[in-house]
Design a protein around this ligand. Structure first.
Ligand code: FMN
Length: 157
């Protein structure tokens, strides 16, 4: 099965998880990038506002075509109890060409289900697997059984 990981990360935690999954799956990987930054307090406020208002920021064109893959793993940080706005923009732009999907997220304390529900609704497809790393779990991603189980579910799809 041809698999692509697509993720957004503002401060590196979701990137680390995405790379951990990539290492285990041997899949292709692509980071969602923007030309405008989200650093500092202003970037934090902007990000929270965009997520709350379900805004669609402009994201850069991807190098890989998600439509050329059997399965796309979409990773996001939790923002304001929802998906990050760049991931909302990605799913909105590419949903018609995504064949199968799985979701993963990182967050400080929220229930990951708050993010996966809206992602499923926006995509219009049920993910084959989901995984959220919350709070301290994020700091030791390689030691977690959760990643193994997620990768196993994705690999056996
Ligand atoms: C604007 C903003 C809003 C956030 N809102 C939430 C939230 O509602 N619930 C939560 O658990 N974490 C929230 N977080 C924390 C991030 O989800 C968490 O730190 C995540 O692991 C960051 O991932 P990253 O390093 O890949 O950007 C928020 C972070 C930002 C920047």
């Amino acid at each position: 099965m041809k698999t692509l990981i697509v993720f957004f990360s503002r401060s590196g935690r979701t990137r680390r998880l995405a790379e951990e999954i990539e290492g285990r799956l041997g899949s292709d990987i692509e980071e969602i990038r923007e030309s405008k930054g989200r650093g500092g307090a202003i970037g934090w406020l902007k990000s929270g506002m965009e997520s709350t208002r379900m805004m669609l920021p402009k994201i850069n064109a991807l190098e890989r075509d998600p439509g050329a893959y059997d399965l796309v793993l979409v990773g996001t940080p939790i923002w304001a109890s929802n998906m990050s706005s760049p991931v909302r923009a990605f799913i909105t732009e590419h949903r018609d060409r995504i064949q199968e999907a799985a979701f993963f997220c990182t967050g400080d304390g929220d229930d990951p289900g708050k993010v996966f529900g809206p992602m499923e609704e926006l995509l219009g497809k049920r993910p084959i697997a989901t995984m959220g790393l919350i709070g301290e779990e994020r700091e030791n991603p390689d030691s977690l059984k959760k990643i193994e189980e997620f990768v196993e579910r994705v690999s056996s799809a």
